[in-house]
Design a protein. Structure first.
Length: 390
């Protein structure tokens, strides 16, 4: 059975893309307001805390951009590589594969060299970094150059025999000219807000699909580059790839509609800016948790804790107000801390006596929660007893 083909893309005059500025303007204002809140909250954190948040956000976004393409990479290895690059956190984790280091290289280049012009050579280097062996899986591909094969580049989904062609990209012979037009536009001063420019750049690049492989990851690094020009290093905290992974079905559908809808790309721009806004709101929640953690330790800076007690308290803090289901029990503490039941019980009681934890229930149903207003059961006097620890 031949592939089911939707409307085939025909190269329009992309610099003529337009959108309804009035409709987009409201969402842009909300997105910029959300980002301003992020900036304001960051001011309440120390340099090391900001670096730690940036490292975790960068690590999660790297894993997400690969996952959108169906590639699973080890978060622990990514974290250790990012820690080494930023000089923060645990540097002693496993080494990441060369392809993953290449992905981190291009994400870093987009931020560190954000004011440098985008060129064919820079894009070639980005794509080549993703495929250091010259292979994508078991298939040898052209790296460090635009595609050259004679066959049409079709974007296809679905299993063999039931494929659906979403669109057919311009022929390989057209790619150099199409990419030159794209780069001329990208590097020029435009009247577009940078969030709009990021939306247009990503859509345009993905529609040309200039490489044999790696177009999605390179295209999302272009988003990073545009956002970094607006926000510098703090752009690392805005996990756009994570958001696109969370909304992957919508992401593909919105892009496909825009590629088939002529030059009016209002719906795509609206959708994209909304995702950036939500990413900012999610970053704001992460900063709130970090601020809460900093304030908690500041209020208990005079307390002397064992390394095991500090580890458990930090685990509860990292889990957030509702993240550690069922609270901390003696058995959980014993397992997490690698200690005996008697020591676990004694150290939990010490944490309660120092007012770091508060106790709910009694006997075998005893649970401990961080002593932070709003965390854990709302009413400790009438809270339902958690299940037994049998």
């Amino acid at each position: 059975m031949p592939p089911t083909t939707s409307l085939i893309w025909k190269a329009p005059s992309w610099p003529g893309m337009h959108y309804d500025a009035v409709r987009v303007g409201g969402e842009l204002a909300r997105a910029h307001r959300a980002h301003g809140i992020v900036e304001g909250k960051l001011a309440g954190l120390g340099f090391e805390q900001r670096l730690e948040l940036a490292a975790e956000a960068w690590s999660q976004d790297a894993v997400a951009t690969a996952a959108i393409e169906g590639e699973r990479i080890d978060l622990t290895a990514v974290r250790s590589s990012v820690a080494r690059r930023l000089g923060v956190g645990d540097h002693d984790g496993p080494n990441a594969p060369r392809s993953v280091e290449g992905l981190l290289d291009i994400m870093d280049d987009a931020v560190q060299q954000r004011e440098a012009p985008l060129t064919h050579e820079r894009l070639f280097a980005w794509q080549a970094a993703l495929f250091p062996t010259g292979y994508s899986g078991m298939t040898k591909i052209l790296v460090g150059a635009y595609r050259e094969h004679a066959e049409p580049m079709q974007i296809v989904s679905g299993r063999v025999g039931r494929e659906r062609v979403h669109y057919e990209a311009p022929s390989s012979a057209q790619v150099p000219a199409e990419m030159q037009a794209f780069l001329d536009w990208f590097n020029a001063e435009t009247e577009h807000d940078n969030l709009v420019k990021a939306a247009l750049a990503h859509l345009w690049f993905e529609t040309i699909h200039p490489f044999e492989d790696g177009n999605g990851r390179v295209g999302r690094v272009l988003i990073d580059l545009v956002l970094a020009r607006d926000n510098g290093e703090t752009s690392r905290l805005i996990r756009t790839s994570q958001r696109l992974l969370d909304k992957r079905r919508d992401y593909y559908e919105q892009m496909e509609r825009a590629q088939h809808g002529g030059l009016d790309v209002t719906e795509w721009v609206l959708w994209f800016v909304e995702q950036v806004r939500v990413s900012c709101e999610e970053a704001s929640q992460v900063i709130d948790a970090s601020l809460e953690k900093a304030m908690f330790w500041m209020s208990h800076q005079d307390k002397v804790l064992t390394a095991r007690q500090r580890k458990v308290v930090n685990l509860l803090l990292d889990a957030g107000p509702n993240g550690f289901e069922g609270g901390m029990s003696t058995r959980k503490y014993e397992s997490i801390g690698g200690t005996s039941r008697a020591t676990a019980s004694r150290e939990l009681i010490e944490l309660e006596d120092m007012a770091l934890l508060r106790k709910v229930g009694g006997g075998r149903s005893t649970r401990y929660y961080l002593n932070i207003s709003g965390w854990g059961p709302a009413d400790t006097d009438h809270a339902e007893s958690p299940p037994h620890d049998d």
